[in-house]
Design a protein around this ligand. Structure first.
Ligand code: NAP
Length: 272
C-alpha cells in the first residue's frame, strides 16, 4: 500500500488498467504507483520493450507494441479484448511519446511523422477503438501531454503542437464524455529527468532538470484520482502554464524562441 489512500482507492476502483510506455520514465513511475495500490485490476503495458522489476503481486501483462505502426495498434487492441476482464471500470493511460529538437523538420521528416503517429494518432486510435467498452464500463482516459502544449514552441514546433493537440483534445473529450461516466485528464509535466532527452536527440542531459519521474508521477496520479481535467505538475510549471496560455500566440512563440536560444540547447544535440 502507498501512503495515499485516495490514490490507492482510485486504482482499486478499476478492473482493467491499460498504460502505454511504462517501460521507462514517467510511465514506469505511474506503474509503480499502480502496483503500490495493491489493485486487483488486470494491468497491461503497451510499448516496444517490457518494464523491468514489476512485482509478481501485480496482475500484469506486457504487450509488445510499436505505437507508430497502425497494424501493431489493431493487433494489440484485439489481444486486449481477449485478455481483459469483461466487466468493471477501465483506466487507459496514453503516456508513450517522444520529442525532437531543432529547426523544422530536424531531425528529419520521417522522424517527425513517427512522432505524430506515437504522440497523436496512437492515443486517438487506442481511445477510439476502446471507446464503446469505456462507455459501457465507465472509467478514465489519462493523456500525458506537456507544459509545451500551452504555447507554440519554436525549435520544438511539431512536438509542442502534438502536445497542444493532446491537451485540447483531452479537455474537450472530458466535457463530452462525462455523461457516459468517462473522465479525461490531461497530465502536463514540465521538464522531467527521464530518457526523454536522449530520445529527443540530446547526447547528454540538457541540465533543465525539473522534476524526477517519481515527483511527476505522484502529482499526476493525485490529479487522476481527483479527475482534474488539466494537471500541470510542479508549481513553477503551473505558473508558466498560466502565464504562457494568456499571451497572444505570436508573442508566446517569439518569447519562447528567445528563451530557448538563450539555453543554447544545440550544445547537447547528438552529432550524426
Ligand atoms: N520528460 C519530460 O521532460 C517530459 C515533459 C513533458 C511531457 N513528457 C511526456 O511524457 C511521456 C513519457 O515520456 P518520458 O519523459 O517518461 O520519456 P521516456 O523515459 O523516454 O519514456 C517514453 C516511453 O514512451 C514509449 N514509446 C516511445 N516510442 C514508442 C513507440 N513507438 N511505441 C510504443 N511506445 C513508445 C517508450 O517505450 P519503448 O521505448 O519501450 O517503446 C517509453 O516507455 C511522453 O509522452 C512525453 O512526451 C515528458
Amino acid at each position: 500500500m502507498s501512503k495515499n489512500k485516495t490514490v490507492d482507492d482510485f486504482f482499486r476502483s478499476f478492473s482493467v488498467v491499460i498504460i502505454s510506455g511504462a517501460s521507462s520514465g514517467i510511465g514506469r513511475a505511474i506503474l509503480s504507483r499502480i502496483s503500490h495500490s495493491e489493485t486487483k485490476a488486470a494491468v497491461f503495458n503497451l510499448s516496444r520493450t517490457a518494464p523491468e522489476g514489476v512485482p509478481n503481486s501485480l496482475n500484469f501483462t506486457h504487450l509488445t507494441c510499436d505505437l507508430s505502426q497502425a497494424a501493431d495498434i489493431a493487433a494489440v487492441v484485439s489481444e486486449l479484448r481477449k485478455l481483459m476482464p469483461s466487466e468493471g471500470r477501465m483506466l487507459l493511460v496514453n503516456n508513450s511519446g517522444f520529442g525532437a529538437y531543432g529547426e523544422f523538420p530536424a531531425p528529419g521528416v520521417d522522424h517527425t511523422l513517427r512522432m505524430l503517429d506515437v504522440n497523436v494518432r496512437a492515443p486517438v486510435e487506442l481511445t477510439g477503438r476502446l471507446w464503446e467498452e469505456l462507455k459501457a464500463r465507465g472509467g478514465q482516459v489519462a493523456n500525458v501531454a506537456s507544459l509545451a502544449g500551452f504555447q507554440p514552441t519554436p525549435l520544438m514546433t511539431t512536438y509542442a503542437a502534438t502536445k497542444s493537440f493532446l491537451l485540447d483534445w483531452s479537455v474537450a473529450l472530458d466535457a463530452e464524455a462525462r455523461r457516459h461516466g468517462i473522465r479525461c485528464v490531461a497530465i502536463c509535466p514540465g521538464p522531467v529527468s527521464t530518457n526523454f532527452s536522449k530520445a529527443a536527440g540530446f547526447a547528454s542531459s540538457t541540465g533543465l532538470g525539473g522534476q524526477t519521474a517519481d515527483e511527476c508521477a505522484d502529482e499526476a496520479v493525485r490529479g487522476m484520482a481527483a479527475a482534474r481535467p488539466v494537471v500541470v505538475t510542479g508549481w513553477k510549471h503551473k505558473l508558466l502554464a498560466v502565464f504562457s496560455a494568456r499571451l497572444p500566440k505570436p508573442w508566446a512563440a517569439a518569447i519562447g524562441l528567445r528563451m530557448i536560444r538563450r539555453l543554447r540547447l544545440d550544445r547537447f544535440v547528438k552529432q550524426a
